[in-house]
Design a protein around this ligand. Structure first.
Ligand code: SAM
Length: 202
């Protein structure tokens, strides 16, 4: 299984944002919407073996994490539809029920908490910290083989040092998709393509 965690340093954990100005009012949830598309969809439908975690660290209800897997319905390729889905999801109170992920709808769950809750949920996954100065992905033999992989990717502000240290302390490996600093959704696409080429279930 491929798992992607997209960190949103100021991304709204509440539904209080405007769909007609998503970047300006949501703490850049537009990045998360594009990452959902890049991770879960291919040209003719939905992948079957992917989980996306949106770690939302901005606004009054933060920290909160949305988990979306490939059993989710109405995952459309356009950003506005995905933002609408996120807004409805964030209006849910499912995560008031207590610790851990709680289902909101098929394939969509919510939890209170940030990267810690992701690491607990993906406890058996090999960890990869995506950063420009990491080891070039094409040379990473540790990407091969069976089992889960969790790829942690920053937003427009990158990954803060505390989170980086926590990931490295858990054995995360630094992984680069190339020498140029890219947008998060492009990183998801390149990792996805590399996994496709290596025959990892998609
Ligand atoms: C727009 S970049 C962040 C740029 C931010 N200004 C910084 O200094 O970290 C978004 C995220 O994509 C990932 N990323 C971008 N380019 C990458 C690359 N060439 N290799 C690996 N990860 C990359 C990193 O996780 C980064 O935090």
């Amino acid at each position: 299984m491929r798992r992607f965690a997209i960190l949103g340093s100021i991304a709204s954990a509440s539904p209080d944002f405007r769909l007609d100005d998503l970047p300006g009012t949501s703490g850049r949830l537009d990045i998360h919407a594009r990452c959902i598309r890049a991770a879960l969809l291919y040209a003719h439908g939905m992948r079957t073996d992917v989980v996306v975690y949106l770690v939302l660290l901005g606004g009054p209800r933060a920290p909160r994490t949305v988990r979306i897997d490939t059993t989710a319905k109405f995952i459309r390729p356009d950003e506005r539809a995905l933002a609408t889905l996120l807004q409805k999801t964030l209006a849910s109170t499912a995560d008031d029920a207590g610790p851990g992920f709680h289902p909101h709808k098929d394939g969509i769950a919510l939890a209170r908490g940030g990267i810690d809750i992701v690491l607990a949920d993906a406890a058996n996954a090999r960890l990869f910290l995506l950063e420009e100065s990491g080891l070039e992905m094409r040379h990473h033999t540790t990407l091969d083989g069976e089992g889960d992989r969790l790829f942690v990717i920053g937003d427009h502000l990158g990954i803060d040092e505390v989170t980086q240290s926590a990931l490295l302390a858990r054995g995360a490996q630094r992984l680069s998709v190339g020498p140029v600093s890219l947008h998060a959704e492009d990183v998801v696409t390149l990792v996805t393509n590399e996994m496709d080429r290596r025959g990892v279930p998609r």
